[in-house]
Write a protein that binds this ligand. Structure first.
Ligand code: DC
Length: 222
């Protein structure tokens, strides 16, 4: 039987980089479900869709396909109606649009089977917001990865400064707090730890320590 690790948590906790490394060490595949919401967001932007219109969203969903594939390096590739959009979905605009479409119930329903199928026959670490609670409620390992808002904002601040952007720490912290509130208070699949999840707080851990911690939690459970 294949093993599923559900990895949920707020934005900026380091889920994707930590999970990618842990998956490589364990020889699991890594599935980033946020990319699916981003692909739908991109399709909505391209189609000039009003995300407040249920009809427009439904029409959009009936006209596109979203798929995940893996390239020769084992990296996830996201296909929107067959087109590789993996790079295009990483812009700030795409993040904003992904956040909007991810709050729409029909969008979540549309992506559910695809996510479940990814975990059917392979060992996976699946990263998202509702993996342990909704997508894979029977996952053998459920981890809720978090860090304090201050630490997450600090990491983001450093990243943006390194890219030469002129940003204020206080603004970023406020963004993090607002986003946490929105994610955990939305009606559909709000961000919350599954009852049987293990909480891992990376506030006091560096990257390598975080990877080690995740691997040891997984190994203990399987
Ligand atoms: O993890 P990310 O930033 O790539 O996610 C993009 C958006 O999709 C983000 O607003 C949260 C949302 N999302 C979600 O609602 N459920 C998931 N399983 C994954 C992401």
């Amino acid at each position: 039987m294949s093993i599923a690790v559900a990895l949920d948590g707020p934005a900026g906790a380091g889920k994707s980089t930590i999970a990618r490394r842990a998956a490589a060490a364990l020889d699991f595949i890594y599935v980033d479900t946020g990319a699916l919401y981003r692909a739908i967001g991109l399709a909505a932007t391209r189609g000039g869709i009003d995300t407040d219109s249920a009809d427009e969203i439904k029409t959009l969903l009936s006209s596109v396909t979203v798929d995940l594939a893996f390239n020769d390096e084992g990296e996830q590739v996201v296909l929107l109606s067959g087109e590789d959009v993996s790079g295009l979905i990483r812009t700030p605009e795409a993040s904003m649009m992904a956040s909007k479409v991810s709050a729409i119930p029909v969008v979540r329903a549309f992506l559910l089977d695809l996510q479940r199928n990814m975990a059917k026959s392979r060992n996976v670490i699946m990263d998202g917001r509702d993996i342990g609670t909704v997508v894979l409620p029977d996952a053998q390992v459920k981890i809720f990865l978090t860090a304090s808002p201050e630490v997450r904002a600090g990491r983001r601040y450093k990243e943006l400064c390194e890219k030469g952007m002129d940003v204020k720490y206080e603004d970023i912290l406020q963004d993090v707090i607002t986003r946490d509130y929105n994610d955990s208070h939305r009606e559909t699949a709000p961000l919350r730890p599954a009852d049987d999840s293990i909480l891992v707080d990376t506030s006091e851990l560096d990257f390598e320590q975080s990877v080690e911690k995740i691997i040891s939690v997984i190994k203990e459970k399987i």
